[in-house]
Design a protein around this ligand. Sequence first.
Ligand code: C2E
Ligand code: MG
Ligand code: MG
Ligand code: MG
Length: 278
Amino acid sequence: KAMGRNRYEFFTQNLQAEIISHKRTADDLLAGIENHEFVTWYQPQFDAQTNLLTGVEALVRWNHPHLGILAPDRFLKIAEDLNVAATMDQIVLETVLRDQARWAEMGIEVPRVSVNVSSRRLHDENLIDSLKALQIRRNRISFELVESIFLDEHEDIVAGNLEEIRKLGIDIEIDDFGTGHTSIVGLLKLKPQRLKIDRQLVMPILHSPQERALVRSIIDIARSLGVETVAEGVETMQHAALVRELGCDLLQGYAFARPLPFADFTQAARSGWTRAAA
Ligand code: C2E
Ligand code: MG
Ligand code: MG
Ligand code: MG
C-alpha cells in the first residue's frame, strides 16, 4: 500500500513538473515570437541529373535565450496548441522574402525557396489576402503541404485557397509523402508541382527491397502524371546514387548539406556551391 502511495505521489509530481514545464515553454514561445527569436535556416536541393542547386527548403528554428537553437520537434506541437503555428509560418515566409531580396542585392543566384505551411494556415480564409499583401514574385516560392491537409473537412476552403495560391505563381508540393494513407492518384489530381518522398521511405532503400520498390513506383506514377519528385533524407552518396537511378528528380539530405543559418548558406552559395559534390 505504501508503495502504491509513493508511486502515486511520484506520478503526480512528475505530471506536475511536466505541466509546469509545458506551461513555461508555452509562455516562452509566445514571448519568443514577440522577441523575434524564431529564425529561418535553409537546406539545399540538388537536381539529380545536373547536380545543380535547384531548390531550397526553409526550416524554422527557435533561437532560445537559454537553450540555444531548437528544432521544430521541440516546439511546433505547442505552437499548434497555442494557435500560433500560422503566425510562425507567416514569420518564416516574410523572412524568406527578405532573405531573397538580400541574395539578389548580393548578386547571389538562389533558386526557388519552399516553405512549410501548416494545416491551420491553409484553412485560413484570409490567407490569400495576406499573401497578396506580400507581393510575392512569381515562381520564387513554393508551399509544402502534408497530405493529411487534404483529408479533412473544409475541403472547399482548401481547394479554393490552393487554386488562388497557384494563380499567385506559388508552387504546390506534397510533403512527407508515403507516411499517410492518402491515395497517390487522388493527391496528384491536385496537380502539385512536386511530390516529396518522406525520409522514412528513402532511408531504408539500400537494404529493403520493399521500400525500394515502393519508392520506384511512387516515382513512376508521379512521372507519368507530370509531377516532379524530391527525395528527402538522402543521407549518403549511396542513397543519392540509388534514388537517381530510380528516376527521382531532386535530392535533399545530409549527404549534401544540413539545414544552415542564413550566413552559412549564403557563404556556401557565394563560394560557388551551386553543385552537389558528386
Ligand atoms: P520536413 O518538412 O519533412 O523537413 C525535412 C526535415 O528533415 C527537416 O527537419 C530536416 O532537417 C530533416 N532532414 C533533412 N535531410 C535529412 C537527412 O538526410 N536525414 C535526416 N534524418 N533528416 C534530414 P527539421 O528542420 O527538424 O523539421 C522537422 C519538420 O518540422 C519539417 O519536416 C516540417 O514538417 C516542420 N517544419 C519546419 N519548419 C516549419 C515551418 O516553418 N512551418 C511549419 N508549419 N512546419 C515546419
Ligand atoms: Mg517540408
Ligand atoms: Mg518533408
Ligand atoms: Mg519529413
